[in-house]
Design a protein around this ligand. Structure first.
Ligand code: DAH
Length: 330
């Protein structure tokens, strides 16, 4: 029997070991033959022979399974080495991607307002009439709705035309004070060099106790923000109209192409319009049930910022996915 112990010990692979197992334990194997021989042995020796054979049977079984474990581990290690991929290897043919200029600009805007402790809020792109218009002091049939003509579904649902509904959602779910921005996609039925049916906005809203929030606060933060985005520009506020703010203003920066001299991009005015803002209208606070508060709000188009920062001439080129444009921002 001894030779089988050394045979198992020197088996080089799982297949070889299986051959040994059959030779020992198979129907025509050594053990079966030894048990058969025992039958013709004298009766008084039978039990001693059987005992010895059973001891061998047990020890061989144990040794076989131990050797099998070792061989399987070795084979796995060998296979892993042979099929290994070096993930640190430099490939001269691969290229790395980059953020789309619109997303990169959005991140920078969010970064500024996060530094100023504004929370980032989001809302649904499929909105209802109440949040998108009604609560923002844009009643049904009000002509100001025409400026945001959009895509309607049934049951007064629509693709949101601006990020302003997130103001309403935030005020309805939180108590004042509020300090938030809402970045996201918005939709309108427009398509030309400066308009696409989908674009991105960042909305801002700050609400605190009555008398605490003034136009001066709004002016300060927007000037600081615009210098953060565009560098050392002049900023001017022009009176304007938005249904949800009173008073309202449009904000211009001095033209970054001609430095205020007057050129084609700024239509010879020396100024570029970049955002809308104002003091929150009382009707908006009434719609969300806020009392004894004051606040300011603002809204801007991210594509417009990206185009000015990167000097991109046609807004539509931001959405064509042309690799020649995108590669410049790697
Ligand atoms: N919602 C406006 C738009 O899409 C932008 C805007 C203007 C937002 C003034 C404001 C604001 O919060 O105060 O044209």
């Amino acid at each position: 029997m001894e030779e089988w112990y050394s045979a198992i010990e020197s088996a080089g692979d799982v297949e070889g070991l299986e051959e040994i197992r059959i030779a020992v334990f198979g129907k025509k194997g050594v053990l079966a033959a030894e048990f058969a021989k025992m039958k013709s042995a004298p009766n008084e020796q039978k039990s001693a022979i059987a005992k010895e054979l059973n001891i061998h049977k047990g020890r061989l079984t144990k040794q076989l399974s131990e050797r099998k474990n070792i061989l399987q581990t070795l084979e796995l290690e060998r296979a892993m080495k042979a099929e290994a991929i070096d993930m640190t290897l430099y490939s001269p043919t691969s290229s790395s991607g980059a953020l789309h200029p619109v997303m990169e600009t959005m991140d920078r805007i969010v970064e500024y307002f996060s530094m100023m402790n504004f929370a980032v809020k989001t809302g649904p792109m499929i909105e209802d009439d109440f949040h998108n218009f009604e609560a923002l002091n844009l009643p049904k049939y009000h002509p100001a709705r025409d400026m945001q003509d959009t895509f309607y579904f049934k049951d007064e649902m629509l693709l949101r035309t601006h990020t302003s509904p997130v103001q309403i959602r935030t005020m309805l779910s939180h108590k004042p004070p509020i300090r938030m921005i809402a970045p996201g996609a918005v939709f309108r039925r427009d398509y030309d060099i400066t308009h696409t049916p989908m674009f991105h906005q960042v909305e801002g809203l700050l609400v605190d106790e009555e008398g605490k929030v003034s136009f001066a606060n709004l002016k300060y933060i927007l000037e600081d923000f615009l210098k953060y985005m565009f560098g050392d520009v002049d900023v001017r506020f022009r009176p304007s109209f938005f249904p949800f703010t009173e008073p309202s203003a449009e904000v211009d920066i001095s033209c970054i192409f001609c430095e205020g001299e007057g050129c084609r991009v700024c239509s010879k005015t020396g100024w570029l319009e970049v955002l809308g803002c104002g003091i929150v209208d009382e009707n908006v606070f009434d719609a969300v049930g806020y009392e004894n508060v004051s606040g300011y709000a603002f809204g801007l188009g991210v594509e417009r910022f990206a185009m000015l920062i990167h000097r991109i001439g046609d807004l539509r080129s931001l959405f064509e996915g042309d690799i020649r444009l995108l590669e410049q921002f790697r």
